[in-house]
Write a new protein. Structure first.
Length: 77
């Protein structure tokens, strides 16, 4: 039985950098952006500014972990 790797993110066809390739990649980006925009209004009163910053840092680290885990490695260098 062979396992097929399905990458969510890959090199852009036009321009520089990497971007979403599949619906899972786009969903990851959309969820990340929505959480970054909406969480301060929900957590701000209880956690304060530093708490919101810590949540932002945690979300960004989680996003990058998912990004690099599902990133297509071919043609990176």
């Amino acid at each position: 039985m062979t396992t097929e790797h399905r990458y969510w993110f890959g090199r852009k066809r036009i321009g520089w950098g990497w971007g979403p390739r599949t619906w899972e990649g786009w969903l990851t980006v959309i969820i990340y952006a929505l959480l970054m925009m909406t969480l301060p209004s929900y957590l701000g009163p209880q956690w304060g500014d530093n708490g919101v910053r810590m949540v932002w840092i945690g979300l960004t680290v989680l996003f990058f972990v998912i990004f690099f885990w599902k990133l297509e490695r071919t043609g990176l260098g």
